[in-house]
Design a protein around this ligand. Structure first.
Ligand code: PFF
Length: 508
């Protein structure tokens, strides 16, 4: 049995809050509500719940359970299964590195909007509401004509990015004890802010119409393969899986600590938050369509358009206290992103490096924050948004899902799904049945592979992603190959600390 860590959550609930913090992020506020609306409302919710139990919960149990079992971050977990599998843990580390490099830039835009909405820089009333798109793309991003025209970094965004990274460093440099404690406050404050936005939303005229669009069921959509594909990719994304961090968070759980209850609580709490955020978002959208007398189809709902175009329009149209609600909304946006960002940086990057090379956590955190800040400057340029999108497709789709396929196969067949199940069951209130083994061995890798092929390769290999020039769209595959190659490198280096020098897993 491997040496146990000394780095621990101070209380069991700290794991729950920290993991909830990683799961609840920008995706709950814009991605989930949009998907519910797009894919037949109640039909999507049914698919989401089925897939949450079928793949989401088993997958998070696998990552947290293996982290606790091996007492290591992702690379150490797979090195523990067999030396030659260490790369399976490094690939998602590369993914986490890429994601957090741009996630923090989106957070910086939110910070910028805390300031600009408090003075309603794009204007109030109907003219303000119509100016938000131009404001975002031209004034905030000064967007260029394409990925080939990079331009120069935007000073104010670089400054806000530096502030964001400074806060991340302060929270994470001492590791799990502080991360756990801080996460409790981050989550509770985020929920309070969301509740304020919810009440502002549902008390606006037209809110009911918005909620009707949100939840109007179309059960025929259950036969639409796209709905199942959308639900599966949303679950992987929202639970922050396939990004290395959850193994590290699991490894900070004490040997006798529970896994099943906590991981299930995280999954359900995250789903409930998404559902609730949908009310806040769609009641507000209802008001927008009412006040501007436009159909819902004309409102920019997907992706960043919702937060940075549609929501600012609503603010312009509010009868009073526009700046106050604007500051609250964008601060909430930055804040829910914060706990996902330090999860990626600390669990996804710092812990694996410190485990492997025996480096100090404080110094590793400092270097990682500085390097990621420097990389992030790329996205503050005029062409930055295009690159953000390309890196997002690479890391948050391909690396996330493909590394999940490899991980499930290595754990299911290499380590043995049954060994993992017994390990988890030892300390849990309710036992996982033998079904769990088959989910890890077959269902999970098969579903993820299907999503990658159907929603990824089948599209991106026939048409350049998002209509970009071929050279830019091919960067997705270049980045994939490069990160995969890089993942094999640490395997060639001997571990620098006794903690990390685990050999083959001793079977139970
Ligand atoms: N779960 C986060 C969200 O829904 O916004 C996003 C995310 C964070 C994805 C961390 C992946 C990750 F590792």
């Amino acid at each position: 049995m491997e040496e146990a860590r000394t780095e621990r959550w101070i209380r069991p609930r700290h794991f729950v809050f920290a993991a909830l913090g990683s799961a609840i992020g920008l995706g709950n506020v814009w991605r989930f509500p949009y998907m519910v609306h797009e894919y037949g409302a109640a039909a999507f919710l049914i698919a989401y719940i089925i897939l949450l139990f079928l793949i989401g919960i088993p997958w998070i149990l696998m990552e947290v359970g293996m982290g606790r079992r091996m007492q290591r971050g992702a690379p150490g977990v797979f090195a523990g299964i067999g030396r030659k599998w260490e790369w399976i843990g490094w690939w998602p580390v590369c993914g986490a590195f890429l994601i957090v490099s741009y996630y923090t830039v989106i957070m910086s835009w939110a910070l910028y909007y805390v300031g600009s909405s408090s003075v309603m820089a794009w204007g109030v009333g109907e003219s303000g509401a119509k100016a938000t798109e131009g404001f975002f793309f031209n004034e905030v991003l000064s967007i260029s004509s394409g990925p080939g025209v990079l331009g120069s970094p935007t000073g104010i965004m670089v400054l806000l990015l530096a502030i964001t990274w400074a806060v991340i460093f302060l929270v994470m440099h001492k590791g799990a004890p502080i991360i756990g404690r801080v996460s409790q406050y981050v989550m509770i404050i985020s929920w309070i802010l969301l509740v304020i936005i919810f009440f502002r939303g549902i008390t606006l005229t037209g809110a009911v119409d918005g909620l009707n669009w949100y939840l109007d069921p179309n059960f025929a959509d259950l036969l639409n393969i796209k709905l199942w594909f959308g639900a599966a990719s949303q679950i992987a994304f929202t639970l922050s899986l396939g990004m290395a961090g959850m193994y590290a968070y699991g490894s900070f759980i004490a040997r006798k600590g529970d896994v099943t209850n906590s991981a299930t609580t995280v999954s359900l709490g995250n789903a409930a938050t998404s559902f609730f955020a949908g009310y806040a978002v769609f009641s507000t959208v209802g008001y927008l369509t009412y006040a501007l007398a436009v159909p819902v189809e004309e409102v920019a709902l997907e992706s960043l358009g919702l937060a940075f175009v549609a929501y600012p329009s609503v603010l312009s149209l509010l009868p009073a206290a526009q700046g106050f609600f604007g500051a609250i909304f964008f601060f909430m946006f930055w804040f829910i992103g914060l706990s996902s960002a330090y999860f990626l940086a600390y669990g996804g990057v710092v812990t694996p490096l410190a485990d492997k090379f025996g480096w100090s956590r404080v110094k590793t955190s400092l270097v990682v924050c500085i390097v990621l800040f420097l990389v992030g400057i790329l996205y503050t340029t005029q062409g930055g948004l295009y690159w953000l999108d390309i890196v997002d497709r690479t890391a948050c789709f391909y690396v996330l899902l493909l590394s999940g396929v490899f991980a499930a196969i290595a754990v299911g067949w290499g380590f043995g799904a049954d060994n993992l199940r017994q390990h988890i069951n030892e300390t849990s209130d309710f036992s996982l049945g033998a079904w769990f083994n088959w989910v890890i061995k077959i269902v999970l890798p098969a579903v993820l592979l299907f999503v990658v092929i159907y929603g990824g390769f089948a599209k991106d290999l026939t048409k350049p992603y998002a209509g970009y020039p071929v050279w830019a769209a091919s960067m997705i595959f270049v980045l994939l190959v490069v990160t995969l190659g890089v993942s094999f490198l640490p395997q060639l280096v001997k571990s620098g600390s006794s903690m990390a020098s685990s050999t083959s897993e001793e079977r139970r």
